[in-house]
Ligand binder design. Structure first.
Ligand code: PAF
Length: 293
């Protein structure tokens, strides 16, 4: 593993100049957009990028316009020196860490909105969130012009929104989804986990266990989304300290609710543990056995 610090670039013009040099040298550019507070989930994105591309750019930018809750924005973990060490260990070549004034130097009066796939799930409970994500990711793609960009499957709806945006707006980057990294007890890695109290951390894995109970129900041949959802909710109700935001069975492509399970689904949930909101999901390819076989 390389451990020399990546080049840190704060301004758009400087990053463009640096990437032009990399491109001229014939390096395909792999891009990992992040909001910092890096953990092994981000490490998996960087490692996947390194397997495909020999030049890796990562961005670290806590994007104000995707937060619909001021406290969540303010409390979001920020530790650039630790993040740079982390990027070094994952062989990132360049880290772009602009301040908000660099990304939003003029009034942001142009936005990117991806309809349909942004509806429901997080789109329902975090109004404006996906508009903020799609807008900043478009800006980052325009700045970096990456060959391949990497996003975690943990944020399944975000990944679906970005795939749709790239396709619908003919953006010139390939999108690669990277599987969720989990703690040994199943809890999906998230920057927000560090805000859990020890007590909350102890019962947090029930979110994954509830998703898994629903997954097993679907894999057992149940094609009723209501029943699959009930299996998950039953499990989740064992922990009364968890506040449910949503627990839904959606189509894995367009993230819209299904009633009858006949194709790949995503079982997606968001819950609150004290003041921390966690999301997670599991994709399931049901084993459909046709009648008479
Ligand atoms: O997933 C994230 O960390 C953010 O939503 C992203 C894609 C970096 C945009 O700010």
């Amino acid at each position: 593993m390389g451990d020399s610090r990546p080049e840190l670039i704060r301004d758009i013009a400087g990053l463009r100049d640096r990437l032009a040099v990399a491109r001229k040298a014939g390096s395909p550019i792999g891009f990992v957009p992040t909001m910092g507070a890096l953990h092994a989930g981000h490490g998996a994105l960087m490692d996947a990028a390194k397997r495909d591309c020999n030049f890796i750019a990562a961005s670290i930018f806590v994007n104000p316009i995707q937060f619909n809750n001021k406290e969540d924005y303010e409390k979001y973990g920020r530790n650039l020196p630790a993040d740079l060490d982390f990027c070094a260990a994952h062989q990132v070549d360049v880290v772009f860490a602009p301040g908000p004034e660099e990304m939003y130097s003029t009034e942001q009066d142009a936005f990117v909105e991806v309809l349909n796939v942004s509806n429901g799930l997080c789109g329902e409970f975090r109004p404006g969130h996906f508009r903020g994500v799609a807008t900043v990711v478009t800006k980052l793609f325009n700045i970096v012009q990456p060959d391949i960009s990497y996003f975690g499957e943990k944020d399944a709806q975000q990944l679906a929104v970005i795939r749709r945006m790239v396709q619908a707006l003919n953006m010139n980057t390939q999108i690669t989804g990277v599987p969720t990294v989990r703690e040994p007890d199943g809890l999906a890695l998230s920057s927000r986990n560090q805000r859990l109290t020890p007590e909350e951390r102890a019962y947090a894995p029930i979110l994954f266990q509830a998703l898994d109970a629903a997954r097993l129900k679907a894999l057992g041949g149940c094609q009723s989304a209501t029943e699959v959802r009930a299996a998950g909710l039953d499990f989740l109700s064992k922990e009364p300290r968890i506040r449910l935001e949503y627990f839904e069975i959606v189509d894995a492509e367009d993230m819209q609710p299904v009633t009858h399970i006949s194709a790949r689904i995503c079982i997606a949930a968001a819950v609150w543990l004290g003041s921390v909101r966690l999301i997670d999901n599991i994709a399931v390819q049901p084993l459909i056995v046709s009648p008479g076989r």
